[in-house]
Design a protein around this ligand. Structure first.
Ligand code: PLP
Length: 450
C-alpha cells in the first residue's frame, strides 16, 4: 500500500494560493469540505493500490467538486426545436413587462394582501381577477398555482362525494402524471362516464342525469391527441342546455385555452375561453403558461357563486398563486387588454411570425456560419394544444458527420442549445429562438462545428 503520510493536511491545502482564491467564490465551509472530500477520495484510492496524488492533483479534484456543487441545475436554454410551448423547456417565455412586474413586486415589499386605500388587509385574489373578468366577460375569476390545481380545487369544492359526469373520450392523461380519472378520485368526486371512446350522444348524458343525482357535468379538452374517423360528440352548448335543464352546473377544463383565435394564423381553431363562457359553461379553467403565454398558473373563470365556494375551500389556500406569478400574469393579461399581445407576448409573436421573416433569419445564420442550408420545415405549438397541427417554417440545417453527437455537444454548451435531427441533419428553427439569443446560439454552433 502506498504511503498515506505523503498526503498533505487540509490546513496545508487551505493555505495554497489556489485555495485562498476560492474562499471568495465559494465560502470557507464549502472549500474545506471539498478539500476534505478530495483527501478522503485519495486515501480510498490509495488503499485500493493506486498512487498518492500530489498537491496539484488534489486541488484539481477539490475544484471539480466545488464547481459541481454550485452549478445551477435549473438554467436558461435556447429552444431551437420549433416547439413553441415546450413543456420540458419551461413552457411560455415571459414578456419583458411580465418579467419586470415580477421583479418589481419581489425585490421589495408589495400590496399583495394590503388595501392601500383603506390601510388594512386586502385580498391577493383581487389583482388578476379584474383583468380576467374584463377580458373574458366572466362574472368572477380565481388564480391558483396551476391548472391541475384548478381542476382539483373545482372538483373538490363542488363535487366531493357526489357524481360528476364526463364523456369516456375525455378521460385523458395530459402528461406529467395528470390523469382526469385520478384527479377525480383525488377530489373525492364519483366518476360517471358516458358514451364510448369515439362516439358520445346527447342522450348518453340525458340518460345518466335522469337516472341519478348528479352534481356536476365536466368537459375536458383532449389536449394532446385527436380522435378522427367515426366520431361524434355534442357541442358544449348542447351539453350545457341539457345540464342546466336538470339544474346541474358545467365545468369546462380547456387545458391550454386561448384568448386569441389560433385559426387566424393558419392553425386549427383551439377552443377559446370566451367561447366556453358564451356556450354557458359555469366554470372554465385553463393554464397560465400554455397559449396564454404567461407564468405558471391555473385560472378559473365563471359564475361568482361557484367561485365563492372555491375561494372559501381550505384547498384554495394550499394551491394559491404566489406574488411573482400574480404580477407576471397581470402584466401578461394587460397585453391582451391593450391589444398588443401579438407584439409583446413571446408565444404569440412566435405563432404569428411570418415564414418570410423566419427564412430571412435562417439565411442570415447560414451567412454568418459560412455553412449550412435553409430547409423548409414545420414548427408546432405544443403545450397540449393543437395536436397534429403545424406552422410552415424555415430551418437552418447543418450536415454534420454525427448528428446526435453534435446535438449533444450543443446541449452541453453554455447556454445549452436544443435543436433536433431531421433527415440525418441537425436542424434549428428560428421561430422559437428569441432575437436576443441569436448571438449566443451562433457562437454555440460555431464552437460545436470546430
Ligand atoms: C395541461 C392541462 C392541464 C394541466 O394544466 P397545468 O397548468 O399544467 O397544471 C389540465 N387539463 C388539461 C385538459 C390540460 O391540457
Amino acid at each position: 500500500m502506498p504511503d498515506l503520510r505523503g498526503l498533505p493536511s487540509v490546513d496545508k491545502l487551505l493555505r495554497s494560493r489556489r485555495a485562498v482564491a476560492w474562499l471568495d467564490d465559494f465560502g470557507r465551509p464549502l472549500v474545506v469540505q471539498a478539500l476534505r472530500d478530495a483527501l478522503a477520495d485519495a486515501r480510498q484510492n490509495a488503499r485500493q493500490g493506486n498512487s498518492v496524488p500530489d498537491e496539484g492533483a488534489l486541488l484539481e479534484a477539490a475544484q471539480h467538486k466545488l464547481l459541481c456543487w454550485v452549478a445551477p441545475t435549473l438554467r436558461g436554454v435556447i429552444n431551437a426545436s420549433g416547439v413553441i410551448v415546450h413543456t420540458n423547456l419551461g413552457r411560455a417565455p415571459l414578456s419583458a413587462e411580465a418579467l419586470e412586474a415580477a421583479r418589481a413586486v419581489s425585490t421589495g415589499y408589495s400590496n399583495l394582501e394590503y388595501d392601500l386605500e383603506k390601510g388594512r388587509r386586502g385580498s391577493r385574489l383581487l389583482h388578476a381577477e379584474r383583468l380576467l373578468t374584463r377580458l373574458t366577460g366572466a362574472e368572477a375569476a380565481l388564480v391558483v398555482n396551476n391548472n391541475a390545481a384548478a381542476v382539483l380545487l373545482a372538483l373538490t369544492a363542488l363535487a366531493r362525494r357526489r357524481r360528476v359526469v364526463i364523456a369516456r373520450s375525455q378521460l385523458v392523461e395530459i402528461g406529467g402524471g395528470f390523469r382526469i380519472p385520478d384527479v377525480m378520485k383525488q377530489s373525492g368526486a364519483i366518476l360517471v362516464e358516458v358514451g364510448t371512446t369515439n362516439r358520445i350522444h346527447l342522450h348518453d348524458y340525458q340518460q345518466v342525469i335522469a337516472a341519478q343525482p348528479v352534481k356536476l357535468v365536466m368537459r375536458a379538452h383532449r389536449s394532446n391527441f385527436a380522435i378522427i374517423g367515426f366520431t361524434t360528440e355534442p357541442t358544449l352548448a348542447e351539453i350545457v342546455r341539457l345540464a342546466h335543464a336538470a339544474k346541474v352546473p358545467v365545468l369546462d377544463d380547456l387545458g391550454s385555452g386561448t384568448l386569441l383565435d389560433t385559426a387566424a394564423y393558419g392553425l386549427a381553431h383551439e377552443p377559446m375561453v370566451q367561447e366556453s363562457l358564451e356556450a354557458g359553461a359555469d366554470l372554465v379553467c385553463f393554464s397560465g403558461d400554455k397559449l396564454l403565454g404567461g407564468p405558471q398558473a391555473g385560472i378559473i373563470v365563471g359564475r361568482a357563486d361557484l367561485l365563492e365556494k372555491l375561494k372559501k375551500h381550505p384547498l384554495a389556500r394550499a394551491v394559491r398563486a404566489d406574488k411573482l406569478a400574480l404580477a407576471a400574469l397581470s402584466a401578461t393579461l394587460l397585453h391582451y387588454l391593450k391589444d398588443e399581445a401579438l407584439e409583446k407576448i413571446p408565444v404569440w409573436r412566435m405563432i404569428s411570425a411570418g415564414v418570410d421573416a423566419i427564412g430571412e433569419r435562417a439565411r442570415a445564420w447560414v451567412a454568418r456560419l459560412g455553412r449550412g442550408e435553409v430547409l423548409i420545415g414545420e414548427s408546432t405549438v405544443g403545450g397540449g394544444s393543437l395536436p397534429g397541427e403545424s406552422l410552415p417554417t424555415r430551418l437552418l440545417a447543418l450536415d454534420v458527420p454525427h448528428v446526435n453527437r453534435f446535438l449533444r455537444r450543443l446541449r452541453e454548451s453554455d447556454p445549452p442549445v436544443i435543436g433536433r435531427a431531421q433527415d440525418g441533419k441537425a436542424v434549428f428553427d428560428p421561430r422559437t429562438v428569441l432575437s436576443e439569443q441569436e448571438d449566443a446560439l451562433l457562437r454555440a454552433l460555431e464552437h460545436a462545428l470546430m
